[in-house]
Design a protein around this ligand. Structure first.
Ligand code: SF4
Ligand code: SF4
Length: 90
């Protein structure tokens, strides 16, 4: 948890900044997108199972993020066992 705080995803109470309010959710989604690295992905589908917004679908056997649904909570990025989810800039 401390490491994630250091990375800037959580505030001092363990709450993701992207969840602070609805407006910042949308801003964070626009400014920080996540991308699946298919070379690293082992298709475990943990990200698919954990996404609270149902924003991860399966396309061609790989997870695929629907940015319209994604709220940038970064749960998938944190929980991917193979570090196959990467943050990219718009
Ligand atoms: S959690 Fe990571 S390795 Fe597993 S399916 Fe998702 S991106 Fe691929
Ligand atoms: S960042 Fe959160 S909402 Fe977006 S795809 Fe990952 S788990 Fe789902």
């Amino acid at each position: 948890m401390k490491e994630i705080e250091k990375m800037g995803y959580l505030d001092g109470k363990g709450i993701p900044f992207s969840r602070a309010d609805e407006k910042s959710d949308k801003k964070a989604t626009r400014e920080k997108k996540l991308k699946i690295n298919k070379r690293a992905c082992t298709k475990c589908m943990i990200c698919y199972a954990l996404c609270p917004e149902g924003a991860i679908q399966i396309k061609g056997g790989y997870p695929d993020i629907d940015y319209k649904k994604c709220n940038a909570c970064f749960i998938c990025l944190r929980e991917c066992p193979d570090a196959a989810i990467e943050e990219i800039s718009d």
